[in-house]
Design a binder for this molecule. Sequence first.
Ligand SMILES: NC(=O)C1=CN([C@@H]2O[C@H](COP(=O)(O)OP(=O)(O)OC[C@H]3O[C@@H](n4cnc5c(N)ncnc54)[C@H](OP(=O)(O)O)[C@@H]3O)[C@@H](O)[C@H]2O)C=CC1
Ligand SMILES: CCCCCC(=O)/C=C/[C@H]1[C@H](O)CC(=O)[C@@H]1CCCCCCC(=O)O
Length: 348
Amino acid sequence: MSLVRRVVLNSRPGKNGEAVPENFRVEEITLPTDIKPGEVFVRTLYLSVDPYMRCRMNEDTGADYLSPWVVSGCLDGGGVGVVESSRHDAVLKGDTVTSFNWPWQTYGIVDGNKLQKLDPELVDGHLSYFLGAVGMPGLTALLGVREKGHITPGSNQTMVISGAAGACGSLAGQIARLDGCSKVVGICGSDKKCQTLTSELGFSSAVNYRSADISAALKEHCPDGVDVYFDNVGGSISDAVIAQMNQNGHVILCGQISQYNKDVPYPPPLDAATQEILCRKNITRERFTVINYMDKFEAGLLQLCQWVKAGQMKVLETVVLGIENMGVAFHSVMSGGNIGKQIVKISD
Ligand SMILES: NC(=O)C1=CN([C@@H]2O[C@H](COP(=O)(O)OP(=O)(O)OC[C@H]3O[C@@H](n4cnc5c(N)ncnc54)[C@H](OP(=O)(O)O)[C@@H]3O)[C@@H](O)[C@H]2O)C=CC1
Ligand SMILES: CCCCCC(=O)/C=C/[C@H]1[C@H](O)CC(=O)[C@@H]1CCCCCCC(=O)O
């Protein structure tokens, strides 16, 4: 038997409430060390906290691809770890593996069919990148830009990104540049984040939505208007951006985090003035969900690895230590404490 720490859902925040660390609880359990055929005993290295998890804290997630977390049940999400012992043909002791349904436990017994093997060489040993730049957020940025952005190199396009200093946003801005946008403007929640976007990630300029008049700042930074908008946040920030979009522009509807603590459907309804602008200017705003593009994951991950290895794409991470900090880390993502991908390191 091995003694294991795990995180369970202590309570739901309510559909209209902010999720707080107290909604999570750490427990100790014992796991049998003998595993059944098909099972794999894993040690957890890194766990991911992501905005979509806020929807899983509700009894009804509002999305058919997301199941609700169960009160007092062990939580799960993206994780990376190492195989301690295996009774599954496809994985061996010592392999590095990942899953979208990794249990929030220091060690776990998992179904081998739910694990994907990883090659640490691809990320020069930075295994947490598999949860960020070379994982689901990286694919979201890349495929979001490519599937819904309609970027034409040489056509002098301006892209605005909200949530620009986060996991998806920080990558989407760099990809927009690599794919040929001539101007890339980020919107995020602090001066330090703005500074990082422009000095380290090659954004043309950045706007702190907490202190600036967004409309005035966009007029200054996007004198030719906005052609493409990578929307991570929704709400009044997006209304302000869409108001300055050009005819035949494109909104990449990636996420609407500003609305996740509210009891509204996804995507939340737009106000009438914004809807009118979309119609009048013939702006597309199609819902984008990365898991609908699984056939493009392999090529996408190779592209992301190449950019990272070549130094063409910079990776930002905020790492907290310890499984006891999962709730703190999640709260931090939902309130802007992270820059780049929020990672929780569980073991060496
Ligand atoms: N469509 C898809 O397939 C996917 C969609 N997503 C979505 O992409 C978005 C970004 O996710 P991800 O990169 O993982 O997370 P981030 O790393 O961007 O973290 C979330 C960030 O959102 C910002 N934020 C929080 N609340 C607000 C608010 N009320 N108004 C404005 N900004 C806010 C904070 O930054 P700040 O300091 O700037 O406020 C925070 O750091 C989310 O909406 C998520 O749901 C993610 C993955 C896949
Ligand atoms: C209803 C809120 C939608 C918020 C948008 C968002 O953040 C979507 C994220 C998903 C993205 O499409 C790819 C992912 O990995 C995110 C969902 C992960 C699904 C895991 C399934 C877990 C489960 O419920 O069993």
